[in-house]
Design a binder for this molecule. Sequence first.
Ligand SMILES: Nc1nc2c(ncn2[C@@H]2O[C@H](COP(=O)(O)OP(=O)(O)OP(=O)(O)O)[C@@H](O)[C@H]2O)c(=O)[nH]1
Ligand SMILES: [Mg+2]
Length: 353
Amino acid sequence: MKKFAVFSGFLGSGKTTTMMALTKYYAAHYGKAAMISNDLGEGVTLADHRLAQLNGVNASEITDECICFCHDVLTRQLNAYYDDGCELVISDIPGFGVGALEHVYHGLTEGYPGQFQLAPFTVLIEPCNAALLRSGRESDAAYILRAQLLEADLIVLNKCDLLGEEELTADRAWLVENYPQAEVLAISAAKGDGLGKLAQALRQGEASMRHPAIDYDDENLQNAMDQVTEYYLEYHARVCCDYFDGTEYLKDLAFMIQAELQAGGFEIPHLKLLAWNAEGDYAKVDLQGVERPIETERCFKGPCTEISVSLNANAVSPADKLDAIISEAVKVAALMHRLDYTVFKKECFNLGE
Ligand SMILES: Nc1nc2c(ncn2[C@@H]2O[C@H](COP(=O)(O)OP(=O)(O)OP(=O)(O)O)[C@@H](O)[C@H]2O)c(=O)[nH]1
Ligand SMILES: [Mg+2]
């Protein structure tokens, strides 16, 4: 079996967490599987890919370009995995993902007929965004979420550990009623709930290869993309004396970025802060909105003397403002924790360009 699945979904819906959990689950229950992290940063190692590596997942990355437009690179990576005995490969998609059904699934079918079996086109959604859609409130985010779900053969309601039984039933029923073309599954990637059903759906199901009625040139979509800045920063930090708490350092950094973005009236759909040391221990802190709490996915097991840091963000903010806010926060957090740091890579660009 040479199965390929694209995981689409809004920033922070849990694509990377689900791909990591599913790749491991699949390997434990069926056979070899692999995941690809895809994002637009040029010459960077994506935080998502580094996280997958730190978790021991069979993983690779495609950077610089969306897999929508580099089928040669994608097919080379897929074939290398299948030659290595993989049965299932999953990739996510950069930005908002809208259009991936057309560009990736239809593009591969036309350009490489019969080479790959395409799994149901999968779209993840998290509970707060299901609630946004159910509320009927209009926004750029609501527009994008609806466009994503229209492409879905399989809708995965993730983070169900955050929902009570009643809310879960209501969200699921709403998705089934409004997106009748798709199968709906509820999972918690973080807790590992529902992975068996998801693995089965990808193994046994097939892509419908529909052409949903989405206007990909719609100005709502272009407007939304024009407002988003992508940010990639990689640096190494070393404490000047003694040791420091690497997890608290990441939380302080996230807190300062959050406060400054909020003060400026900006929004941050997803900020990822990943730090690791030479022993392979790591910490991960996420922020998914100026008004949401900072989440600590994992802490360092002990004190640190030096760490490598990968910061990736998508923010609704002009590029120069975001750069100024993050650069200042990194400087102040270093002073607070008595760190010397060296930046290796910084990239900051508008998603709509
Ligand atoms: N409570 C809970 N949190 C989750 C779950 N899955 C993911 N998360 C958290 O949600 C945040 C975002 O998860 P990611 O997997 O990074 O989301 P993503 O879709 O890959 O995000 P982008 O790469 O920005 O598009 C992280 O803090 C995860 O730990 C889940 O099942 N339950
Ligand atoms: Mg991700």
